[in-house]
Design a protein. Structure first.
Length: 398
């Protein structure tokens, strides 16, 4: 289906404009005629591709959802909300997307359906909850909850980014310094050692061999590493089995595993609470939550819980039988089922997991920083020692 901008007049002479979805221009004109609209102009709408220079960020989406929720709760008409949002946003792709959605709304399309055309910014769960809010007349409160959940997800994302930025940066610098020594410094020492006409220590011989290998095959190594990264990413995108294996191994990795586990559990709890608050059936809520964990192993575990629930088991018992879910989550869910406050208990569980995640990330950083510095010091020290050992031995002989 294609999208078209139109401008026209009603039979009463009122000017109207908007967007319509149709197979081609002829079908669009027929559809407008059926709506008693006389078409004055009709142009195909091309959704611009988003480029890396001006990609829409998570933070921008969070601000937009929060702004939209506030305006709708204040009673501002939906079209006016998007007019204000378009004026306030200077980022070109964001503004264009809002204009497109606004045109769809002016053409009579529902907000949830207009947003669904941008799956990178509005996932299926988001659109489903917006649709529920439209039907129940609680769109403002639904968007407020979505904005709040978006803020918490953004906090989780920044926490993970904070945990990984420092060690990755130090590791990259370590590799860069090591390669710099092997390519520039070691060959000069090797040329001087060749004039000694003496047997070199094994450590020095191994270091010179490593340096010669890197110098001779540097381009080959770069190409091979690039191909390995590209092929690995391609394989992960194409194979669900491989993604499941990778995510399962991440859960078993020391230090990283607890962070991944708490992140997935916090997302699951928060998403379940949001979907249940929007009056989705628990089975449908689980289906939506399975896509939000960010881990294929948890995704598969949630699907097992969903099958158990369909078979007649309680949610707490189904969680208890899955080893990936902590006992704390099962206890919160059991209490929520008994007292009829499942949404509140899931929110409480999410808060606890997010606090635990914050503490785990801080411990992760505290342990990793000195460990990386020790490894870096040992690596550089070993290279320097291997370079100067022949000089020390020569001095001892003299």
């Amino acid at each position: 289906m294609a999208h078209f901008y139109y401008a026209g007049k009603t039979l009463q002479g009122v000017n109207v404009e908007g967007a319509i979805e149709a197979i081609d221009q002829r079908a669009a004109r027929v559809a407008l005629r059926e709506q008693s609209i006389i078409t004055l102009s009709l142009k195909r709408r091309l959704h611009p591709k988003f480029t890396w220079q001006s990609a829409i960020t998570h933070r921008q989406m969070h601000h937009f959802v929060r702004q939209l929720a506030t305006m709708i709760s204040a009673g501002i008409p939906l079209l006016n909300c998007f007019d204000i949002a378009c004026t306030a946003n200077r980022q070109s792709n964001m503004r264009q997307m809002l204009k497109n959605i606004r045109s769809d709304l002016a053409g009579g399309e529902a907000l949830s359906r207009a947003m669904a055309k941008y799956p990178q910014q509005f996932d299926p769960l988001f659109c489903q909850l917006v649709h529920n809010g439209e039907i129940s007349g609680t769109l403002g409160s639904v968007l407020q909850r979505l904005a709040s959940d978006s803020a918490k997800r953004e906090t989780l994302r920044l926490q993970l980014k904070k945990a990984l930025t420092y060690p990755i940066t130090v590791m990259i610098l370590s590799v860069a310094v090591t390669l710099l020594l092997l390519i520039t410094v070691v060959p000069k020492f090797a040329a001087n050692f060749a004039d000694f006409d003496a047997q070199l220590p094994p450590a020095t011989v191994a270091l010179i061999a490593a340096s010669n290998f890197v110098v001779d095959y540097a381009a080959t190594l770069v190409v091979a590493l690039t191909l390995i990264i590209i092929m690995t990413r391609y394989a992960l995108q194409r194979s669900q089995t491989l993604r499941h294996f990778k995510d399962r191994q991440l859960l078993r990795t020391p230090l990283i595993g607890p962070v991944v586990q708490k992140t997935a559990t916090a997302r699951l709890s928060r998403t379940l609470a949001a979907t249940i608050a929007s009056h989705l059936p628990v089975v449908d809520a689980l289906q939506a939550a399975a896509q939000c964990t960010g881990n294929q192993a948890y995704n598969a575990a949630v699907k097992v819980v969903e099958k158990r629930l369909i078979a007649g088991d309680s949610l707490s018992r189904a969680f208890a039988d899955e080893p990936l879910f902590p006992a704390v989550l099962q206890q919160y869910v059991a209490i929520g089922e008994q007292c009829g406050a499942l949404e509140q208990m899931l929110n409480a569980a999410a808060i606890q997991f997010e606090e635990d995640l914050d503490n785990t990330i801080q411990r992760f950083i505290d342990l990793l920083e000195p460990a990386i510095m020790v490894v870096l010091a040992l690596l550089i020290g070993a290279i320097i020692l291997a370079l100067y050992m022949p000089i020390f031995e020569l001095g001892a002989v003299i």
